[in-house]
Design a protein around this ligand. Structure first.
Ligand SMILES: [Zn+2]
Length: 449
């Protein structure tokens, strides 16, 4: 294949944002050179003032296929991803049927994904109450690592694990060298609070927030840090919502424990004070907390205690949100945001003095590291995959259903004015999204570690 170049005044590289030409051959980056060193006679795509960032990596997506394709699916999730500037998704092992807790289930997922994907994907395996003997087999078969829940995940078929079951699983996890992603809420504080609130008004967001107190996250994280110290496995806390946990996470990192931390755009954008009662589109677990809490999460990101921002894209059919019932107790929890996460994050980040280089670290580079593909994904640098998002950081738009692209056009972000527009997305040098269209046949594939 012939050599081509992507040119911009603002290329976001690991050593800064600069005018550059990214030379691409056979889907990979041959080199990144100053514009005046552009070889003559090659095809050049000049994006002018639009920025070129590395294709984003999302390490936390619920694609729900096979088995619950009516909720989402590979075709629709990867379409939303391409529109949002993502070029690699890592699929969570639950909500699909079968759950990805055995090699057989992983093979079923690979079959389901085949030929449908607009961007690349990878799979997490599950650690559940009774699949310890499958953990190393899943690792050998190519999962990136494992996900477990310390509390009921909201759906049957993917069992939560208690401390005893964790202790049975952790020696296996540690032997694989792969990370264990933990939904860190313990049931005790949630059950106690929910019991106290039995007669409360569940149309109020405040009721839901009180039912999932900070202590549920804090006690879970405390437990996981102590198990990490004991078993020395790579611990990753998904979707941190409680900023109070930052002190112990900072200390765990300072101690040298292999701990990483994620939060999500919705925790960095919304605040509980502004969530309307009855509006279950905002329901997720752990819950969106106060404005003060949100600012502390931003501080955690600034300091590096929080490593990365993943979407936790978790869609469902609109009827499961039971919007007419206005009930935070019975509605399905989960916020879908693949197609809007970049502008949401940029809108918030620019007000706090961050740059596109920070965005690239939080939304590409560090997620590639978590997923074990940091030598080929998540950076604009020599020998990396030619995965790019072309982004107009100064443009603004009002989020509407036509910006969503996933299966069900439901979102708490609709109507918001957001900063930054994804103009185009390239996967291994090929355009997979441009100005609202998805050119070419789906060329995404499973990316192997
Ligand atoms: Zn999730």
């Amino acid at each position: 294949m012939s050599l081509s170049a992507f040119l911009s005044r603002r290329v976001v590289t690991p050593d800064g944002i600069k005018p550059a030409a990214v030379l691409v051959e056979d889907g990979r980056i041959l080199d990144v050179v100053p514009p005046n060193q552009l070889p003559a006679g090659i095809s050049v795509k000049d994006f002018g003032e639009a920025a070129i960032l590395p294709g984003l990596v999302d390490s936390h997506v619920h694609i729900n296929e096979p088995g619950r394709t009516e909720w989402e699916g590979f075709r629709t999730a990867t379409r939303a991803a391409a529109a949002g500037g993502y070029t690699l998704l890592a699929d969570m092992p639950l909500n699909c049927l079968p759950a990805t807790t055995t090699v057989t289930a992983l093979e079923a997922k690979r079959k389901a994904a085949s030929g449908q994907c607009h961007v690349d994907w990878m799979a997490w395996g599950g650690v559940v109450s009774d699949n310890q003997e499958h953990i190393e087999g899943l690792a050998a078969a190519g999962v990136l690592g494992f996900k477990c829940f310390l509390i009921h995940p909201g759906i049957d078929g993917f069992t939560m694990v208690n401390e005893k079951e964790l202790r049975a699983a952790l020696p296996h996890v540690a032997r694989t060298g792969l990370p264990l992603l933990v939904h860190a809420e313990l049931p005790g504080p949630v059950d106690a609070a929910t019991h106290r609130l039995a007669e409360a008004d569940w149309s109020k967001y405040a009721t839901y927030l009180q039912s999932r107190p900070d202590e549920a996250e804090l006690s879970a994280i405390r437990l996981m840090i102590s198990l990490c110290r004991e078993y020395r496995f790579r611990l990753h806390i998904v979707h941190l919502a409680a900023s109070q946990a930052l002190d112990m996470l900072r200390a765990a990192k300072a101690e040298g424990l292999p701990v990483s931390v994620e939060t999500c755009p919705h925790y960095l954008h919304f605040s509980s004070e502004k969530i309307p009662d009855g509006q279950a589109l905002f329901k997720c677990a752990p819950p969106i907390r106060s404005r003060e809490n949100r600012e502390k999460l931003w501080q955690g990101l600034r300091e590096g205690v929080i490593d990365l921002v993943a979407t936790d894209h978790s869609p469902c059919p609109p009827e499961m949100k039971r919007l007419s019932e206005r009930n935070f107790r019975t509605a399905w929890g989960g916020i879908a945001s693949l197609s809007l996460a970049l502008p949401v994050m940029w809108t918030e980040a620019i007000d706090r003095g961050f740059t596109l280089a920070d965005i690239a670290r939080w939304m590409a580079e560090r997620l590639a590291r978590l997923a074990g593909c940091e030598s080929r994904k998540g950076r604009i640098a020599k020998d990396y995959n030619a995965d790019f998002v072309v982004f107009e950081p100064e443009a603004e738009f009002v989020a509407t259903e036509e910006h969503l692209y996933y299966r069900h056009c439901v979102s708490p972000y609709l109507g918001e004015t957001l900063r930054g527009v994804v103009k185009a997305t390239y996967l291994r040098g090929d355009c997979v999204f441009a100005d609202g269209t998805f050119p070419g046949a789906p060329g995404g594939r499973e990316f192997r570690r």
